[in-house]
Design a protein around this ligand. Structure first.
Ligand code: CAA
Length: 417
């Protein structure tokens, strides 16, 4: 039997504070419906300087190990996908290894390509295991980021922060990957970037949406070609994309998942024998199908609407939300996942939900993690945003979590709760 490889379990970590998105809209003199229905947001995580990509990654990885009783002596690789690392040289993964006192025998590195870095890490880990190079060992892949555009910018309501830690192994209780079917699309564009030394991202917002949709089309076509060849999907009464039980998209803001789904269907309709017979208007109407969006996408967005963008972690936060709410119903079913990183690289892959997904997700307690957050006013959010990044407030982290304590002589010190 072919070796199964994929995600065995996951854990999430989020900043301790959040702001209500309608309150933010009112403070900016914007119709709240623009942020809620136009962008699909409800709440937005607010990270203070003590909550950086290291502390969030360490908190998520520690939670994963504790909740799922991970035998760390069996972990041979630790990868952190991040686009908001803290040093040009020292890896976030090395901090996490040290903070969690993980074995020295593991390979550690960061993967960076905007929001695609987490998927790059996951594929490196999964293919390492599938190739046999891991010799039966597991990997931990952590996606951790602070999405920050700044006060009073167009990107402001699409900020957020958090981390998702994935245990990758030959026991894919959450998700068994269809290794070898992945479709990839790389295009050299300036849609979203962060020059060295800047805290805030630079973004050409509307162009970035088009870049995402263009890259999605290429990556999806690549996957579909292989999936058709392996008879995982087929042209028939339903579109190939409709043969996936759910599709999880990179979610910079929730409404983007709807745009992505419309684009994916448009690609299928343009390429299908039956779709080609339709007028362009009829194809567009079929691509925009609310029924398809409600059935295949909507249920994955609950956590993202409450946290905001988490860059590398956003698609994996959507996966957590989906398996949290539908782990039992989806057992044994195939889902599609679309990762996008500006700049750009996009990857579409498929995977089958495991029979133990619901049990694993119950241990992850994602609702509990979000429920422990504190809601802050817009004034407090603005105060936090204006704090200097090198001077974190002295706050004791919650048990099992980590915070940046200080930066002295360019060295960062963290404190554990
Ligand atoms: N009621 C209801 N809806 C309203 C409304 C109202 N009163 N006013 C506006 N809207 C709707 C608009 O119609 C629009 O919806 P559609 O796109 O479906 O038409 C939506 O609200 C947003 O309105 P605008 O486009 O006018 O908003 P904007 O110009 O202020 O900026 C944005 C939106 C470009 C997403 C901006 O927030 C931004 O730049 N965000 C950061 C960039 C980003 O997230 N890019 C995504 C692709 S790149 C990527 O994915 C990588 C990554 O993670 C960053």
């Amino acid at each position: 039997m072919k070796k199964q490889v994929g995600i065995e379990a996951l854990a999430i970590a989020v900043p301790r504070r959040f702001v209500d998105i309608e309150e933010l809209a009112k403070a900016r003199g914007v119709d709240p419906a623009k942020y809620t229905s136009g962008l699909g947001a409800k709440e937005m995580a607010v990270a203070d300087p003590g909550e950086d990509s290291v502390s969030l990654a360490a908190s998520a990885a520690a939670r994963l190990i504790q909740q799922q009783n991970v035998d760390v002596s069996r972990v041979g690789m630790l990868v952190v996908g991040t686009e908001t690392g803290v040093d040009h040289s020292k890896a976030v993964a090395s901090h996490v290894q040290g903070l969690l006192k993980l074995p020295r025998s593991m390979r550690t590195f960061d993967a960076q390509h905007a929001c695609y870095g987490g998927t790059a890490g996951l594929m490196a880990a999964a293919e390492w295991i599938a190739s046999g190079a891991g010799a039966g060992r597991s990997a931990i892949v952590v996606c951790s980021d602070i999405a920050r555009y700044g006060l009073n910018t167009a990107g402001e309501p699409t900020q957020g922060a958090g981390a998702v830690a994935l245990l990758v192994s030959e026991q894919p209780d959450l998700l068994a990957l269809d290794i070898g079917l992945n479709g990839v699309c790389t295009v050299d564009v300036y849609d979203f970037w962060r020059p060295l030394g800047r805290r805030e991202a630079v973004v050409d917002g509307h162009y970035s949406i088009n870049c995402y949709l263009d890259a999605l089309s290429g990556a999806y076509r690549g996957w579909r070609e292989r999936a058709l060849a392996h008879e995982v999907v087929r042209w028939g009464d339903t579109l190939p994309s409709e043969q996936l039980a759910r599709i999880i998209y990179h979610v910079p803001f929730c409404k983007m998942a709807r745009k992505a789904h419309t684009q994916l269907r448009q690609v299928d309709l343009e390429d299908s024998p039956s779709g080609r017979e339709l007028t362009p208007e009829a194809r567009e109407a079929a691509a925009k199908s609310n029924a398809s969006y409600d059935a295949q996408v909507a249920s994955s967005l609950t956590l993202n609407a409450r946290v905001g963008n988490v860059y590398t972690a956003s698609m994996y936060l959507a996966l957590a939300g989906l398996l949290h709410s539908e782990g039992t119903a989806l057992a044994g079913k195939r889902v599609g996942l679309l990762s996008y990183g500006s700049g750009s690289c996009s990857e579409f892959y498929s995977a089958t939900v495991g029979a133990n997904a619901a049990a694993r997700m119950a241990k992850a307690d994602v609702e509990g993690v979000l429920a422990r957050r504190e809601r802050v006013s817009v004034a407090e959010y603005e105060r936090i945003m204006n704090l200097p990044y090198e001077a974190p407030e002295a706050i004791t982290p919650a048990p099992g979590e980590f915070r940046l304590k200080e930066i002295r002589d360019f060295r960062r010190t963290y404190v554990a709760g």
